[in-house]
Design a protein. Sequence first.
Length: 391
Amino acid sequence: MEGERVSVSVIPLFEERSASWAAQAARRILEEMLSKMPQKEQARLRGAEGQVAATISQLVRRDVVGFNVVYDQMTDEHYVVFTDQDMRVLSEPRSYERFDSQAAELLFQVLAAELHHAPGVGHSAMLVARRPVAGVSGQTGITQVRWNIMRLLTQRGSGFSISMRKQALRHFLTLLDLYRQGTVDDDAMKVIQEILSSDVVPSIFVLGAPAAGKTTMLNAMLLDLYRRGLRDKIVVAVGEASDFVAPPEIRGPDGRPRPAAALMIFLPGQAEWQAIGDAIRRSNAMFAIIGEITTETAHLVVLAMQAFAAVFGTMHATTEGFPFALWRELGMREGYPSSFVEMLRPSYLFEMQIRVASDGAILRRLERITRLESGRMETIYRAPSSPAARR
């Protein structure tokens, strides 16, 4: 395993160290990086190292399993979100606190330096660190820390999307877990079960803002589909989407979690999208798990649908904006032919939203479910109104 390990010097997440030690270590690294920057850039980012170091110091906490720097395109501001092992938003450390744009850029540059390159606008890059960790039972396992960074450009300005997940082998949240957490209610559960029990599994897209619970919701539905027989089908996964494919409850002869049937995993840059589309058709794959739909993966949505495969993915979009967002990620900047929407395979759009209750509790809710077919949208479930504020 030593040969696979990637050193991430700036984030000592699994060291037995204190938050103050982590903050001091981060400050030293940030100071060293700033000193090597051009004078003009150094002057612009100088002063942001305190907020970045303070934020990093929170990441050594055991209850912090997820972290996001969220860029709000409407306000041109950044916010931080901390989540626990069940991906519930934490109120301590405080989530949805404003994060200075200079701090977001500095953290982005530090992680890009670890990658030895910064991704271009609209493209994401992933950094993975694997470390042995002793669990409560004393058994040592490998836990990995995944960072995803992306530079964004909008009409209002530019920003950065940064996410971190500490990942270890553990059970995925089920739909029942999400029901108990209040993410879905009784009516939503009935609609979801009807969709998943259909003889023909439709394409499913989970939409919403960063940290709204899109991946958690999609994983829960995929786990339900596995138990209904998805494990016996040929599945294609692309890049990070391989995280969605094999819940730990399903293991192969070698002990590794995976479906019982053939599974093809393509990594970004490993093959051209057209070649992946050809592989879907040749293998008669029925499902394509894409994960987050970006400029890099949007073409595969169309290719998979043309091959009559159901597509599962997440996207930073609203329900009404989904077709337009997909059109944009395909590289189209002008026009919007209705024929494009009409050719999309019948799909269900699940929109997630974040609600802040009057007592300050932060909840992630399934807001509505919409059926998209032949270019028409029909809302089949909408969450009841609540006094909680939405984000």
